[in-house]
Design a binder for this molecule. Sequence first.
Ligand code: C2E
Ligand code: MG
Ligand code: MG
Length: 448
Amino acid sequence: MLDLTTQKLAEARIRELADFDALTGLPNRRLLHDRVAHMVLAAERDQSTAALMFVDLDHFKRVNDSLGHTVGDDLLRAVAQRYLGVIRKIDTLARLGGDEFIIVLPDASAATAAEVARRLLEVSATHFSVAGHALTVTPSIGISMFPKDGEDIDRLLKNADTAMYKAKELGRNGFQFYSAEMNTETLERLLLESSLRGALSAREFVLYYQPLVEIESGTIVGAEALIRWRHRDIGLIMPDRFIPVAEETGLINPIGDWVLCEACRQARAWIDAGLNLQTMAVNVAPAQFRQRGFVELVAGALATSGLSPACLELELTERTVMHDADIHLGTLDALHRMGVGLSLDDFGTGYSSLAYLKRFPVGKLKIDRSFIRDLETDADDQAIASTIVSMGRNLRLTVLAEGVETPEQLALLREMQCEMAQGYYFSRPVSAEEMTALLREQAFMNRS
Ligand code: C2E
Ligand code: MG
Ligand code: MG
């Protein structure tokens, strides 16, 4: 009995020596290889992304040189303990030797990796008490992402190492991604992404409205709902900044549902108040349009608000409908049968296939504002705009010009017999209250 126990203990000890770093008790290089191989398999299976971080302590050698190796060793153990407090249970913190650590983050986005790196820097800011010394030791961190920056451990390690040197060059006590484009984008995205999650429940979104004007009569006949985010720290954030993040994180669906319901409610309220509003235009993101049950969602928003389907117009971009055109044709047809209007937003910037225009039950084209901006001076833009206008007329589609800012642009569009316009010349997007006033006053009617 005794013999066996001793033997078991010895075996366990050998395994420990083979797999774990004697100083810190963390997985060593051998076990790290196993874990990364495992992570790669899992990530391939789940089609997920993962991150590998190379962490090197700044000026660690100075501690060893000035205070001796015992203090250095104690400090390494303390650092390891603190880092363990930052990572998740499924993550691995390993020690390669010296002052080099590796962190493996399975199932992690670049934003997650950046968040972990940020917290490592944060916990490193307070000093360590080691053998009566108050020591501060900051890390330089390099991050490589699976599969983008490498599909096996050697590549991932090498690239994370390269990124770590970059972090050192940039002044240490920081982190860098191997892929340069992530460095600039990630921090802002990270901030947006984490607060975007709570924004709906915190009621931080608001809809602004921009008048859609009939050129001939100058009547405001509709409004386009444009979302804004009133962030508690940053202030007003425009959709171009957060819609892409919302699309990437899947948050666009709940946000888009809210926009739809709120816009329908507001439209119904204006109509009930006796105001002349024929169209409420709502932008629909590709992912939103593609989600299962989108048609039912629209039907639900209409039913709840009591808005007539004919008053709702969904704005889609060519990008949205051309992708998997056949699948989308079913959704478009169902919406069309319900009586909901469909328009092609930013028209002219995508594929603009005439064949699709014929197949899709679209009722309106919105000429992208890039063609309107230089309308007075650019002959090509004039040609494009007037071509879209006459093509629209021939296909019995309403054509609206976006981004009309000057009376000269409006005059040219009137000459082309463009039916509708929208832009700063009439009004910027405004709050619901201001839009109520605009609808009431109808100040552009018969304006020369
Ligand atoms: P969009 O649908 O093409 O909306 C028109 C954009 O042009 C709006 O920008 C509007 O403020 C701006 N604009 C209007 N008239 C003028 C003008 O005369 N001059 C100039 N320079 N700009 C003008 P905004 O509100 O920043 O929205 C940007 C884009 O964000 C929208 O482009 C739309 O694609 C997207 N978006 C806005 N709200 C939503 C939403 O609720 N859901 C989704 N999925 N996307 C939205
Ligand atoms: Mg739009
Ligand atoms: Mg547009």
